[in-house]
Design a protein around this ligand. Structure first.
Ligand code: FAD
Length: 432
């Protein structure tokens, strides 16, 4: 008999909660990864760099297990198909896995748990992706928080009481099922192409953390961690990062808490996926001009900071946080284009795409979300540029033709667009 450890968004062998529990449960462990066709078939881009990233990490993880006498057993299909194949080949006692909180994942896991249990196989899940799950940080009345600062205060209070554990999964790797010769499916076999991408390393220096508060707002600098993609796929441990942040930078720790805040919002209010958190904001009559949307996507709005951000996103799969806020505000307020359009575009491009943070960020910028930017605050893209890119270093990097006749005129006037946004929001919100 063996136990299975199923990797999903935790592509690492160190400090991995579920893996640690599996390895110490007394039976040999077979680590498994599934290239889930339910997810892959939804992707439009056959060169999606995230698939290359995952493939590389899965290959790395396989090498890691092989160094310890085991191997990662990799499947391509639905989880249901993969588990059928596993159960045909092995006598399985239990499946161990770390919890994932997105709606697709929770539905998948409860279906699998039922079908495993029907076959006499246990299904154990663990907290690994977050410090505190949605139900762990609640108000005194037992309600979810809707505002960030009191949520964060409660989070910190609990964190200071409980601390954060480390799961020494690496020390227990001796109980792996001996390696068999199965190959990892290639990208081509899964109908994807390899994309060369410049990926940030899965590490951050103490110096960067300490200087984060002072440098994080300047998009031309390398002042943030760029760990988003690693947090998304679990190539770093959130516990490691929080431990490092604590004491070195309250500001950086705060950002890691925002991540859990939005995960908590999505878990408690899954309707935010396609509805405004504040329902009255779904009355806004978006203009949704497709030509303007396309110009925004291509970085051709005539607003240099907006265009630089969109071109950075298109070229690298990354955009600096300050600029994400500016381009999102510009799309929803200056152009009155539905935040869901922007959210979808980001989802297709961002390497660090995270359903909860992306939705939270978009609803924040559009004013429709929890603890959002008030609707009458409309970022001025020019003053944002003067403040955060005063020497135009970032703008010139991405918009080299800026200042020449080749650069487009602004597609809307800031002054008029700002007034139009405020009027439109005000009118929509005043209706019953
Ligand atoms: P750092 O600044 O070094 O922060 C460290 C980590 O903290 C990040 O990697 C991320 O996991 C978390 N974090 C930081 N800021 C936030 C925040 N405001 N909300 C939630 N988590 C945060 N973040 C994503 O991870 N995925 C997304 O799809 C995403 N979409 C966004 C869309 C919009 C419109 C906006 C305004 C923000 C979005 N963010 C998203 C939040 C933020 O912009 C990115 O997390 C950050 O820019 C990633 O860069 P970094 O890894 O260098 O982060």
């Amino acid at each position: 008999k063996i136990n299975i450890f199923w990797h999903r968004r935790d592509l690492r062998g160190h400090d991995n909660t579920g893996l640690q529990y599996a390895l110490t449960a007394g039976l040999p462990v077979l680590p498994v990864f599934i290239f889930d066709t339910n997810i892959l078939d939804e992707l439009e881009d056959r060169k999606d760099p995230r698939i290359t990233f995952i493939h590389d990490q899965v290959t790395r993880l396989n090498t890691y297990y092989r160094e310890h006498g085991g191997a990662l057993d990799v499947y391509h299909g639905t989880p249901h198909q993969a588990f059928e194949a596993i159960l045909e080949n092995y006598e399985v006692n239990g499946v161990f896995t770390n919890r994932d909180y997105e709606p697709y994942a929770t539905a998948r896991d409860s279906a699998l748990e039922n079908s495993m249990k029907a076959k006499g196989v246990d299904f154990f899940t663990f907290k690994d992706q977050v410090i505190f799950e949605a139900g762990e940080i609640l108000t005194k009345e037992g309600e979810p928080y809707k505002v960030f600062t009191p949520y964060k205060n409660r989070w910190l209070e609990k964190f200071n009481q409980l601390g954060v554990s480390k799961h020494d999964s690496e020390a227990n790797l001796k109980t792996l099922v001996p390696a068999r010769g199965r190959e990892i499916p290639s990208l081509a076999e899964m109908n994807f192409e390899r994309t060369e991408i410049d990926l940030p390393p899965a590490e951050i220096s103490d110096a960067l953390i300490s200087q984060y508060a002072a440098r994080r707002d300047f998009p031309a600098e390398h002042g943030t961690s760029k760990l988003g993609v690693h947090l998304r796929f679990g190539t770093v441990s959130i516990r490691d990062l929080v431990r490092r942040a604590h004491g070195l930078s309250d500001t950086w720790l705060s950002e890691l808490i925002w991540r859990e805040f939005y995960m908590m919002i999505l878990a408690h209010y899954p309707r935010v996926i396609d509805q405004a958190f504040k329902p009255q904001y779904d009355r806004i009559p978006w203009i949704n001009d497709e030509t303007q949307f396309e110009k925004w996507c291509n970085g051709m709005t005539g607003y240099p900071l907006v265009d630089a951000g969109m071109r950075e996103l298109n070229a690298t799969g990354y955009m600096h946080n300050r600029v994400r806020m500016v381009v999102a505000s510009f799309l929803t307020k200056h152009l009155l284009i539905d935040w869901r359009w922007g959210e979808r575009y980001f989802a297709s491009r961002l390497l660090d795409f995270e359903l909860s943070s992306n939705n939270g960020g978009w609803q924040w910028a559009a004013g429709t979300g929890t603890d959002a930017q008030p609707y009458f605050r409309v970022f001025n893209p020019y003053s944002q540029q003067e403040k955060f890119d005063p020497k135009l270093k970032y703008v010139r990097r991405w918009v080299p033709e800026y200042g020449s006749p080749d650069y487009p005129e602004p597609i809307v006037s800031h002054k008029e667009a700002r007034l139009r946004a405020i009027e439109t929001y005000k009118l929509a919100l005043s209706q019953n």
